[in-house]
Design a protein around this ligand. Structure first.
Ligand code: NAD
Length: 376
C-alpha cells in the first residue's frame, strides 16, 4: 500500500487511505436527516409530511416527560406515549409495545431517547411494518442502522432488515444537554468505536471511510468540551454530528472483534453497553491497527497522534470513563468463558482471532493496562 502526498503542497505525506485498494459496493440507505439546535420544533411538520394521523411516542421510563412533550408537539395526531422501553429490547417489552401500537391503531411511531427507545421502535417496525421517526438523545447511533436486536433468556438475537430504518431522524443537540456527563462520555466513545471498526471493515467504501474519519475527529474534539460543560451547545452539536456519522458507518459496514467482545460481555455478564465499549476499544485498536495500516493512518489524522490506541486510552482517561472491566464488575474468572464465546462465533477481523490473543486483550482490559500498539 502506498502513501499519498498532500495535494498541492508536495510536502508532508498524509498517510495511507483505508480504501486504497479493492472493489466495493456502496448501498445508500434512504433516510431524511433534520439536524440542528431547536430542530425538534419541526417534529409536527415531519409527522404531517409522512401523513400520519395516529402516532405512538416511544421512550424509556426516565424519558417519560420528554415523551409527553413530544406528544403535545404532535397535537391531535398523537395517540399515546409508551414509556416501557428498556435496554437490549427484552422480548416482553417488544410484545407490549407492539400490542400498544395495535391497540391505539398507530400509523407511525416516534422513538425518542437512546438506543433502548430506538431499539423498541425497530422491534415494533419488524413485527408490524410501522414506520418510525427517531429523535436520538444519546450518541449510540442505532437510528442510522438497519440492525435490530431482541433479548430473551439473557441471549440477544440481532438481524438486519431495512424495514427498521427510520423515515426521518431529527437530531436536536438541545435534547442532549441534560445527558449526564458520564453517560455522554461513555456514549460518545461507543460511537467512536463504530468509526474505528468501520475503518478496517471488509466492506468499507470511500464514502464511509470519509465519514468514519470525520466522525472520529468530531467526537474526539467534542467530547472533552462536552464533559467540561454539558450545556456547551457547540460541543453538543459537534458530538451529535460525530455520532450521526459514526452511526451511518455502523449501518454501512461489518463490525469486527471489538463489537463481538462487547456483545459477548454485555450479553453474558450484563455489563453496561456503552461503558463496556469504552474499556475495550483501546485494547482492540492496539491489536487490530497493526494489521490495518490505512485505518491506522486515518485515525492518526483524526486524533492528531502517532499512536491511536494510546490516544483512545488517554481520551477515555480525560473523560473519566471506567478504567477497566474489573471496575465494571467483571470477575477475572469470566475472561475464559468470554473468550470461548467470542471464538464460538467470531466476526470477521483484520487479524486472526485466536484464543491467546483474545485472552490477552481481555486480560489487559480487565486490568486497565494502557495498550501500546508497538508492544503487541
Ligand atoms: P439507553 O437508550 O438505554 O439510554 C441510557 C439512559 O440514559 C436511559 O436511562 C435513558 O432514559 C437515559 N437518557 C437518554 N437520553 C437522555 C438525555 N438526553 N438526558 C438524560 N438521560 C437520558 O442507552 P444507549 O447507550 O443510548 O443505547 C444502548 C442500547 O442501544 C443497547 O441496547 C444497544 O444494544 C443498542 N444499540 C443498538 C444499535 C443498533 O444498531 N441496533 C446501535 C447502538 C446501540
Amino acid at each position: 500500500m502506498t502513501s499519498v502526498a498532500a495535494v498541492g503542497t508536495g510536502a508532508a505525506a498524509v498517510g495511507r487511505l483505508p480504501t486504497e485498494q479493492g472493489d466495493f459496493v456502496y448501498d445508500v440507505q434512504a433516510m431524511r436527516i433534520v439536524f440542528g439546535p431547536g430542530r425538534l420544533n419541526l417534529l409536527g411538520d415531519e409527522v404531517a409530511r409522512l401523513g400520519w394521523a395516529k402516532v405512538l411516542v416511544l421512550c424509556t421510563p426516565g424519558r417519560r416527560a420528554l415523551g409527553e412533550r413530544l406528544a403535545e408537539m404532535i397535537g391531535p395526531g398523537a395517540a399515546g406515549v409508551f414509556s416501557g422501553a428498556r435496554t437490549h429490547v427484552p422480548v416482553g417489552v417488544a410484545v407490549a409495545g407492539t400490542a400498544e401500537a395495535r391497540r391505539v391503531g398507530a400509523d407511525g411511531c416516534v422513538a425518542v431517547g437512546g438506543g433502548s427507545a430506538i431499539g423498541l421502535g425497530k422491534a415494533i417496525a419488524l413485527e408490524t411494518g410501522l414506520p418510525t421517526i427517531c429523535v436520538p438523545t444519546t450518541y449510540s447511533g442505532s437510528e442510522m442502522t438497519p440492525v435490530w436486536g431482541l433479548t430473551a433468556d439473557g441471549e440477544k438475537t440481532t438481524g438486519r432488515d431495512p424495514v427498521v430504518l427510520p423515515r426521518t431522524v431529527i437530531y436536536d443537540p438541545e435534547l442532549t444537554v441534560d445527558l449526564p456527563r458520564a453517560t455522554s462520555a461513555a456514549s460518545g466513545i461507543n460511537a467512536l468505536a463504530h468509526s474505528v471498526e468501520a475503518l478496517y471493515a471488509p466492506d468499507l467504501t470511500p464514502v464511509v471511510a470519509l465519514m468514519a474519519e470525520e466522525s472520529a475527529r468530531s467526537l474526539a474534539s467534542a467530547l472533552p468540551a462536552v464533559v467540561d460543560d454539558p450545556t456547551n451547545i457547540d460541543a453538543r452539536s459537534l458530538a451529535l454530528r460525530g455520532s450521526w456519522l459514526a452511526g451511518a458507518c455502523l449501518g454501512a459496514t461489518t463490525m469486527a472483534l471489538h463489537h463481538k467482545l462487547c456483545h459477548v460481555l454485555g450479553g453474558m455478564f450484563e455489563l453496561p453497553h456503552a461503558e463496556t465499549h469504552t474499556v475495550v476499544l483501546p485494547h482492540v485498536a492496539a491489536f487490530n491497527l497493526r494489521a490495518a495500516p490505512g485505518a491506522a493512518d486515518a485515525l492518526k489524522r483524526a486524533l492528531c497522534t502517532d499512536d491511536p490506541a494510546r490516544a483512545l486510552s488517554e481520551l477515555n482517561r480525560s473523560l473519566d470513563n471506567a478504567p477497566s472491566l474489573e471496575s465494571l464488575g467483571l470477575e477475572y474468572g469470566d475472561l475464559g468463558p468470554a473468550a470461548d464465546a467470542v471464538l464460538a462465533r467470531p466476526y470477521r477481523n483484520p487479524r486472526p482471532v485466536v484464543r491467546e490473543a483474545v485472552l490477552a486483550i481481555l486480560d489487559a482490559a480487565w486490568r486497565g493496562v494502557l495498550p501500546s500498539a508497538r508492544a503487541q
